[in-house]
Design a protein around this ligand. Sequence first.
Ligand code: GLA
Length: 698
Amino acid sequence: MTPEARGVWFGGDYNPEQWDEKVWAADDALMRQAGVNTATVGVFSWSVLEPDEGRYEFGWLDGTLERLSRNGIRVVLATPTASPPPWFTLAHPDAMPVTRDGTRLWHGSRDTYCAAAPAYRAAAARMADALAQRYAGHPALAMWHVHNEYGTVCWCDHAASAFRGWLQGRYGAGGDGLAALNGAWGTAFWSQRYSSWEQVLPPRATQWLANPSHALDYSRFWSDEMLAGFCEQRDAIRRHTPEVPVTTNFMLPHYQVLDLWAWSREVDVVAIDHYLGSAGHDGHPDIAFGADRARSFNGGRPWILMEQSTSLIYQRDGILTKEPGRMLRDSVGYLARGSDSVMFFQWRASPAGAEMFHPAMVPHAGPDTRIFREVCELGSAVARLGEVVGSTVPAEVALLWDADSWWALENRGIPLAEVGYLDLVRADHAALWRAGVVCDFAHPDGDLSRYRLIFATGAYLISDEGAWALRQYVAAGGHVVMSFGGGMVDSQHHARLGGCPGALCDVFGIRVEEFRPLARGETVALTYGVAPLAYGAAALTGEADPITGGGHGTLWSEDLRTEGADVLASYAAGPLAGQPAVTRNSFGAGTAWYVSTQLDEGARDRLFAGAAARAGAGPVIAGAPPGVEIVRRHGDGGRSWLFVLNHTKAAAVVEASGVELLSGQPADGRLEVAPGAVAVLREHGSSAAASGTGPGRD
Ligand code: GLA
């Protein structure tokens, strides 16, 4: 049987090499029971597939693919290059990674390689080539999954030499290039001037603060260097199987090593791994935060959820738990925002090894468990949602997303680093989520014209091109809300002179003269300003806030003066008392808001709702009860599906008509969704025909 081309992909990482044949037979039966139709195989199998250099043993993988194929399960076949075998380590000690402080790491975990080491790159490309040659034309092969979660940075001599090559590509070789590099890195400061290329090294451990421009280029270099490694494997694979899409799994939300805009141009479809960063209710906007980015990186097309967790989530600082019953709602949350798959790490919990207690679809306790029952319920639910595959999620609002700003903010010595790029963007995205406004992410230099409203949050670094794009956007009638610290530096991480937001001061009608970070836990009261109440101002000063009529700010404040903008809120106390805190300016045909502090949730919600209203953007359905998430996917021929996720403890009623796909029940103007439940409504006027062929290349 060949894998079904249509329908939602459902399954997860499958590691049969950790088990024996008796368990394989049980897996076959349990996968059928759960409705699994997709398995990701071979992610960490290098030492089994190539036990000694150049000696391949494909037998078990042949058998696995045959077995999965017989069961009608499509295979996402991985290259195992994220975990080189011990023989590789001992044969190529120079290819082992070196930390910033010069410690060379040994095997015993995973991702123990330098991705710039020639021996590693050659071995990885050979392995990809061998696998693709072997499995070209295999009926189960649906997609290639190169490597796993690229993101390991190294500071060794191979990295140094590759970095110099990259810099020469950027600044030019020879003396002129070196002069350009000295200028770009501001090496006149602290006597860092380079007089030959050999002196240029990775930003290794230093005595105190390091050069931020040097660090930014090293981040850019590593994203490009790893991408080159990905492309080598991808191209080796494409030579044998040009018809099979190739992807790699991006790790969201915490990995900041890759510029995912650049990477997304090189994969055939974006795939993400998503482990929630917050437990409880805060996990819901977190899902939207990951899903909206995945969709945006994939140019608005459907994407793949490659991994999520069935229950526990291991974070660096502890373990988060998902409440019972949440597996379906979380999974439908990803589908609502454009995923065409629901997949997990992993199918069966490992009996041994570093991640043996990581949850799985089949837990250690076996199939007679709540987790496996929820997996089966989920399998049967997603089987009813196949018709949404291929449909898209339009958005009128976008948040800027820029690896450069994130990288730049990772430096010690940068005042905003304390605040954290990810937290800032996540907080503003969550405000839009609470308002029911579906948003994309956009690159600052990209085409912004299709959005009514842009949020420039954490946009600390704005290049000249980005400033030009924003200026054109507003001049042409666009709406932009910029948060504090915007445009402080240019693309070389040099301070913008003349006040912030640098090249955009006239667009916002303000000039920030000084910044005043607030101490942890410190708040500053706000009051509404001198401008007539309208739009954002009316929202911001709503009577709902009894404290000051304007809410309060945390994290940061700024000493700004207006140069044409209206003041919507002012600082009510402290050294900046009476000075503007939130402003709004008309520029060309558009409007530009500036928010100089982190507004409390209520004030931010009101400001954002006001800006959205002025921009003519709104929620999918007006008046949805708080905590009820509503997203619409659109298909060909005017078909649409309304996804309703009730995150509350009360039944929710939404005005909508159509057929609810999970229950098969009609809804005629009134769709009731039980507490904690989900509904997927094929809206009236839509037909049942499938709209796509599943994830893959266009
Ligand atoms: C990542 C990896 C998996 C596994 C999970 C769980 O997403 O891809 O191999 O380690 O995390 O921690």
